[in-house]
Ligand binder design. Structure first.
Ligand code: AP5
Ligand code: ZN
Length: 214
């Protein structure tokens, strides 16, 4: 199963990705997570990506494409993968097509999580993450059992630096300008599944499974 999760910031891609990789036993490839890990470790890639991310701008295509191309050459992707947050531009989508063609493989589906922009800001601003184990919460929609503490590992929960209101609004603008054209791109390829992302988390997951049909 080779899947892409598409959708605006705060749509629930990361939340659904955690469910999907568990269900289908495929690796979760989130370009955002990879960049954040590089920033934490102070790598050259992290230094290059940090300013763009903190402003809510896209990291340049050349950096992202090289990273994904490398990641897709790993052995664990042979039986499938879930791309989360990539591609995000037409240039990235075409580069991905080239990699897949070269390897003689095709995408199974593109899952487009549809959420109105009026809801996205509250979702992103209320998000809290555990830097230690990667778990994601929301102060209102998906709270941890003890406020500010991760249920899974007990670490302190944090807000992402790009989850402040102004930056979230910019990320939504960038999504509309740069990423939204991909909905058309994959609709024309006949592999897109449009999912109502405004429902409860478990219902969104059920709908995705139903649409994938496995
Ligand atoms: P990235 O990390 O990919 O962030 P994003 O696309 O902005 O998406 P988010 O992680 O904000 O949201 P999500 O859809 O995963 O939502 P989540 O499940 O957490 O990218 C960050 C940055 O990295 C970019 O701005 C860019 O700079 C750079 N970057 C990454 N990839 C790139 C690329 N390909 N090219 C160039 N640059 C790139 O949910 C959000 C909140 O809502 C959570 O609190 C959750 O608990 C809650 N929630 C989820 N589902 C529901 C629901 N159904 N109902 C109620 N609440 C819900
Ligand atoms: Zn944790």
């Amino acid at each position: 199963m080779r899947l892409i999760l598409l959708g605006p910031p705060g749509a629930g891609k990361g939340t659904q990705a955690a469910n999907l990789v568990n269900e289908y036993s495929i690796p979760h490839i989130s370009t955002g997570d990879i960049f954040r890990k590089n920033i934490k470790e102070g790598t050259e890639l992290g230094k290059k990506a940090m300013d763009y991310m903190n402003k809510g701008e896209l990291v340049p295509d050349s950096l992202v494409v090289a990273l994904v191309e490398d990641r897709l050459s790993w052995e664990d992707t042979k039986n499938g993968f879930l791309l989360d947050g990539f591609p995000r531009t037409i240039v990235q989508a075409k580069a991905l097509d080239d990699v897949l063609t070269k390897n003689n493989i095709a995408l199974t589906n593109v899952i487009n999580v549809v959420v109105d922009s009026s809801i996205l800001v509250e979702r992103a601003v209320g998000r809290r993450i555990c830097k230690k184990c990667g778990a994601t919460y929301h102060i209102k929609f998906n709270p941890s059992k003890v406020e500010g503490i991760c249920d899974v590992c007990g670490d302190t929960l944090k807000q992402r630096p790009d989850d402040v209101e102004e930056t979230v609004k910019n990320r939504i603008r960038v999504y509309e300008d740069e990423t939204m054209p991909l909905v058309d791109y994959y609709t024309k390829k006949n592999i897109i599944l449009n999912i109502d992302g405004e429902q409860e988390i478990s219902k969104v997951f059920d709908d995705i499974k139903k649409e994938i049909g496995e």
